[in-house]
Design a protein. Sequence first.
Length: 364
Amino acid sequence: MLKKLFFITLIICVSCSSGGDDPITPNPLPQEIIPTNLVLNVEVIGADANNPNGDGSGTIRCTASAVNAVKYGFRFGTGSEIESATGNIDFSYTEAGTRSYTVYVFAYSSTGHSINTYKEITVYVQGSTSQAVWADEFDTNGSPDASKWTYDIGAGGWGNGESQYYTNRPDNVTVSNGVLKIIAKKESYEGAQYTSARLKSQGKFDFKYGRIEVRAKLPAAAGTWPAIWMLGANFTTVGWPRCGEIDIMEQTGTDKSKVLGTCHWLNTSNSTTASYGLDKTVTDATTQFHVYSMEWTSSAIKIFVDDVQYYVIDIRNSAIPDSPFHSNFFMILNVALGGSLGGTIPGNFTESVMEIDYVRVYQN
């Protein structure tokens, strides 16, 4: 009897240990993806047998590629890493003279792993010998200087679906306490529900190549679209975009902590509009004055905020066939409302202002 009980118990125990669900298998660790075959090419713009370190613009063009890379980070020996999703980026050095730099690129995978490589380069930056050739310091109260500025007047959307009627009234444009004020307002005027102003130097002053500096504080209200920009002086004869456009500063109506620099031109190969733009964060653009500037040479256009470059485009004919950026341009200052960049104008909008301390133009 005892032997039988022992046998039954043993069978039950064995059954309990060998039957039931399969053992729990832990989740496999995620696979590490590591980029491979990283290649970096660096072209010094304008380098040739006579100018081995470039044309004096200080601009380089970098092209990187790697297997399993989803983005790239570039370091130019002058600051923090700059990200590029494509592996293509232009950069300009600004310290005058002939100097050597190490350009690093990091290729990142989707799992955050990276590899890197570098190139040693030598770049020539021409020293500045520029002089002021035109300026408005806005030192006289009242209307802007009529010898320097004229106006666009009217409504009609201005090609961008904008909502304002541009005027030259003191209600919309005035100089006081050393500052030009362009005032966008909600008011019923000539069939429009909003008014503002658009000043331009067309027919008063235009130039080719040089540096323009504008110290400005931007409007804070949503729906406003301030701009500091330029059009080709042949605009009235050839039209847009064939005349070319240089946007030194634009601010959207929705994100007031971001500014944009853009160039527009005609792609003559297929008669379409071509554009290249980048943006930069300026967190206090609506509460503090900042200097928005552009440097323009026969090789490149560079755009800065407070002397920090964030934009460069190669404008040589080899890069932009039939480039319009080798002719005279005039300046425009305006605040639009609504439209493609202004967006929706809030129902509670009443008034907002762009203030400009000065506009200065320098040339060699």
